[in-house]
Write a protein that binds this ligand. Sequence first.
Ligand code: ADP
Ligand code: MG
Length: 579
Amino acid sequence: MGIRRLTHETVGKIAAGEVIERPAAAVKELVENAIDAGARRVDVSVGGGGIDSLEVRDDGRGIAFDDLSLAIERHATSKIDSIDDLKSLTTLGFRGEALASLSAVSDLRVQSLAAGEQVGGVLRVVFGEAQPARQTAWGGGTAISARDLFANLPARRKFLRQPQTEANYVARMVTGYALAYPGIAFSLEIDGRRLFTTDGSGDAIGAAVAVWGADIAASLVRLQRPDEMPEGFEINGVVSLPELERATRQQQYLFAQGRLITSRQLSTAFEQAYHTLLMIGRHPIGCIQVDVPADRIDVNVHPTKAEVRFADERLVFSLVQRATREAIIGHAAPQSIPTIISSPLDDWTIQRRLSLAHPERRSEASGAFAPAPETLPVAETTAGLVGGKTLPVLRVLGQIASMFIIAEGPDGMYLIDQHAAHERILFELLMPGFETRSSDRQLMLHPVQVALSAREWETYISCRDELAAVGFEIEVFGGSTVLVRAVPAVLKVREPAKVLQMMLDEMDRGGRGTSRLESLAISAACHTSIRAGQALSLLEMRELVTQLEACSSPLACGHGRPTMLRMTAEELEKQFSRR
Ligand code: ADP
Ligand code: MG
């Protein structure tokens, strides 16, 4: 299909505007054009942050010589004929604006050879002044380069950041496309230095390793397709396991219909999948591509197409969250229980600690590694919030140092941190939204009066709704004294006044959750859970482990610390020189 001018009517309906506000935006438009042209290979290079020079070269189908001057005309495009075509859009571009805008603010050169033509063409446009197209020898595909961006518009140029920063924006952009299009071989060169090359083999993990480095490869997983995927919807991508985290969201990429977008809600949905698995303030990395039926998305809401509107917003968010959650939980079970690999033989402290609190159970423990019937993996009954078993049934053997529970699973030995584990359980029991949630309350026999300090009172007022939501029934008694009438039934609150004050104090210091409600639940769980140093009966330990098995995310406490370590049977055999 050749390039044509859009009618005035159509032009009036597209969200037109300034699309080239910085070098990265120019690169994005050129890369998208290359993808639209069916390129298998895209090479990007920039110099001086892209302000001095930028070039995108591809091996796509090229531009016919006779179309060259139309390509740089505003609202001339080969991609749509009328506004109705947006309903079935399969290309990234559709406005016919990018080359026109870029040619107005730079010294632009387009070189191309269209498939089927003998001789290539070159067109130069110097800050809006087009020179006649010339025929030239050109191997194939298209190269578009721009120099001296905004040199004719000093006011616009002033808004650009340091070249280094602009180069970073370009790098982020190209990295995103290289991740989302693993079937295309991308390369990026900045100031003559090669940043990365992907091989175009179609393997998403391979592309991620090429752009992010090999050391993260083991911590990445492909997204899982949720079971009940509605017709025409598709979710792809790679995301990090909870063990890999970053201080910023810089390495998160969201694509909708093949274009890099920004969406706070979507990125929140993504991060929610790591809920309580990552430390607060840490972020996962990943590249997520969402595709929906063409008539269920509006890409025509923003000039740079960076924002889109989904007709089924909630559905899309929940699909992203479920796909991510399933991918990381599916992998988390064997991998995120840290395995003990140091040799216990060298480590006298471990040896000394291996005095079981309940010697009478020792005989039960012998004959250890033949899986007893009760150690077979549990059925779906323990499936958590997102489905998928995360913890096998464990057989409790005893307690170590009044701190750790030692248990046997189908694949070896487990050491469970009793405090962290109990905290996890209570957190899920308190926090609305978990399947294990219990909203029972325990009425106090005698309501407990608590005189709050001015500061505690202020904090109490700011989080009274959250206190009620997790199950505390508190009423104002007069002045700054409150009456605790009921506490969540799941908590063993021995000293309600002390627990309340500790929670308020923690809330006052900012809390440790992503929301006030979560902070409160974490705090309540922490201050009422079993402490390290508390001796437990076998029965208590079994109960604890059973509850942990029922958790959605049993492997980390509310703060993201691990609840357990595992040593596989093979590892034990190795340590005893049996292998
Ligand atoms: P749009 O992408 O919205 O159509 P552009 O201004 O980005 O508008 O491009 C104008 C036209 O130039 C495109 O419709 C396409 O036909 C042609 N074109 C641009 N870049 C390339 C390329 N790399 N390969 C082939 N054709 C291209
Ligand atoms: Mg375009």
